[in-house]
Design a protein around this ligand. Sequence first.
Ligand code: SAM
Length: 250
Amino acid sequence: MTNSPTSLLPEMAQIWQETLNWQPSSQQQVQFQQLYELILEGNRQLNLTRIIDPQEFWEKHLWDSLRGIVPQGQFIPSVQEGASAIDIGTGAGFPGIPVIIAAPNCEITLMDSTRKKITFIEKILTELALTNAKTIVGRAEEIGQQSRYRQTYDLAFIRAVGPASVCAEYALPLLKQGGLAVIYRGNWTQEETTSLQNAVTQLGGIIESIESFTTPISASIRHCLYLRKVETTPAKFPRSAGIPTQKPLG
Ligand code: SAM
């Protein structure tokens, strides 16, 4: 096993092309490699991720992050037009940092409730010279009620932060009307769609589409839910810290 995702790139270049109809530039490849090395280094002090094998890192962090912004083989139009986006509960920077690297025209805010994770991310942004990024330390329930953030984003990404209805309650208040939330999931069922439907309606959104796909190396099943904000989200959402998780909408 190699210890560098970059050394896997001859194969990976073909997979990027076949699955996303996209290939990273040489600068983007270097940035992906630097990101990997910085995360391995950061893992020595912070519990950032268990995914450290290079191939697994490539698939579960790099590829998976970008798959969400390329539904049906096309980049989400607002990504190409230079959207403002927010990654809610970014952790070690996923899916946000790969999107920042792949979509340099977008302005992307990385938000997490844990200060030390954001401090680490700020170091990555500096070392990778990524200027199209901002950070916020805060809880989604509080940030979503602040007028400087509420209804200001074209896109919201959210992966592994909680049940889908909780993710919807965090994301939809932050979107402009017409904006899109991308919720990254593993398995997903029709019953879950039915219960999410009610939550999304209360938040002023619709479930625009749900994509099911298999990952290119381990053939794991993944889903992305695309929620469109069609009406203003009622002021009572998001509810106070902890309430969305304790009493999920449904
Ligand atoms: N999105 C990353 C990923 O997929 O690798 C990290 C997922 S990690 C399991 C969940 C992250 O969400 C943690 O870093 C946690 O601090 C953050 N988080 C959980 N609840 C949050 C909230 N209400 N507001 C902001 N961040 C939150």
